[in-house]
Design a protein around this ligand. Sequence first.
Ligand code: C5P
Length: 283
Amino acid sequence: MEVRAHAKLNLTLDVLGRRPDGYHDLRMVMQSVALADVLTLEESGDGELRVRTNLHFLPNNEKNLAAQAALRWWEARGQVPRGLEITIEKSVPVCAGMAGGSSDAAAVLRALNQMEGAPLSLREVAKIGERVGSDVPYCILGGTALAEGRGEILTPLPPLPQCWAVLCKPEFSISTPALFAKIDSVRLRCRPDTQGVIAALEAGDLHGVARRMYNVFEDALPERQRARVSDIKNVLIQCGALGASMSGTGPTAFGLFDDEGLAREARERLADWGGEVFLTQTV
Ligand code: C5P
């Protein structure tokens, strides 16, 4: 079976506080984009669980979230693990704040559910996904959604009017646990207007959404990295983006465009800057 694992963008990301279990309560508006990894799942006769990817540095064993997802599926279904070969053609940048690994895990769960004739609803599959990672439940449902709690409490929102997104992942990577640990000691200067974004979505107002996008993790980045993200956002805005922000714990910065020509120009401008640059659409 072949399945696609879409990347996500955070239209907003707010951290409400640290929880007794060590996680943080979040409030964020999530959006899927067309940029996706492609996964192929094949049953294998030798009883082994294997992951193959086109990126040599990714784990090919149970450390890979895609394999974790398969293990959690069999556990939840009361089944013994079976032979399975998962091949992942990665296109979504790794450690980029776009839920690449979580989305692969989500795709495996959806595929295994389908391979068994869809015994579970997507909400039930998302419940299993919670045990693999905080972003996995959202990646199972996809689209435009408000994610709260650890990220697993999901409320579907009216879809963002379709638009182009230009994404740029700078050369460096961010450690998600390290940035979450740091956010506790950072005085946040600004919070996203999540309610305003939801109201703009309800009104079908792309401009209203784009100009309210904000992610509190930008304030927690080390100085040089924050400056780089800020430079990318400035280029995007100069090129005609309706708004620009960082996704997840970064470092990918993105801009939303209602004009494909301007989005293409922005991609060309950013390509000269290094890093990985993509032009995609919201889905
Ligand atoms: O859930 P997941 O394994 O993807 O989370 C990775 C790390 O991010 C956690 O170990 C934790 O440090 C941090 N995290 C958090 N609060 C969340 C989600 C993630 O503190 N809501």
